[in-house]
Design a protein around this ligand. Structure first.
Ligand SMILES: [Fe+2]
Ligand SMILES: [Fe+2]
Length: 185
């Protein structure tokens, strides 16, 4: 199950592991839905809404592989796992922002001194494992990459999409967003 061949496989994975909190204070499915709704509200194209919805799918794949044991002391590179897994079904405009959403955090920590203050505890904790803030040179290289701007937008929704009071029936909303925007691309 390392690469998806249809949407049903993605839904099955979220049905199985989406209720897991993964070190944040809300479930993976609630986080995914909140990020995608923020993207929609910003008028983002369907590709980027889907990237927001699926950006942490690598965490769910890691859970599937480890039979539900969360790994917090190593960087599992969930962004790369996630981007690779969806690439047979979705274009680079979906996969690339997913692949770059951790790099976008390291980038924002480098170019916006106050950015780190808005990060969740878990995001701060993983920052060091993920390489810490980018150097000036790394940041210059990052912004030149295709879809870097979309990855930065996704990262901001990622940081905001952690509202514990907003957890409304996320599984139905997840399916709605997935199908609606998949049919648009
Ligand atoms: Fe992530
Ligand atoms: Fe996330």
């Amino acid at each position: 199950m390392n690469r998806f061949s249809d949407l049903a496989e993605i839904e099955t994975l979220f049905d199985k592991w989406g209720a897991q909190f993964y070190s944040e204070n809300l479930s993976q499915t609630a986080h995914a839905v909140q990020c995608a709704v923020l993207a929609e509200e910003s008028g983002a194209p369907s590709e980027l809404v889907l990237a927001a919805l699926l950006h942490d799918i690598g965490h769910l794949i890691d859970l599937e592989i480890s039979a539900g044991v969360e790994e917090h002391n190593v960087d599992t590179e969930h962004e790369a796992t996630g981007a690779r897994s969806i690439s047979p079904l979705f274009p680079p405009a979906v996969a690339a922002p997913i692949a770059l959403h951790v790099a976008a955090k390291r980038y924002l920590c480098s170019v916006e001194p106050t950015y780190v203050d808005g990060l969740s505890e878990a995001s701060v904790a993983t920052l060091a494992l993920q390489g810490g803030p980018m150097s000036g040179e790394e940041a210059t290289r990052f912004v030149a990459m295709p879809h870097a701007d979309n990855a930065v937008s996704l990262r901001r929704w990622d940081d905001l999409g952690k509202d514990i009071d907003k957890d409304l029936n996320p599984s139905d909303e997840f399916r709605r967003l997935l199908h609606k925007h998949f049919n648009n691309i």
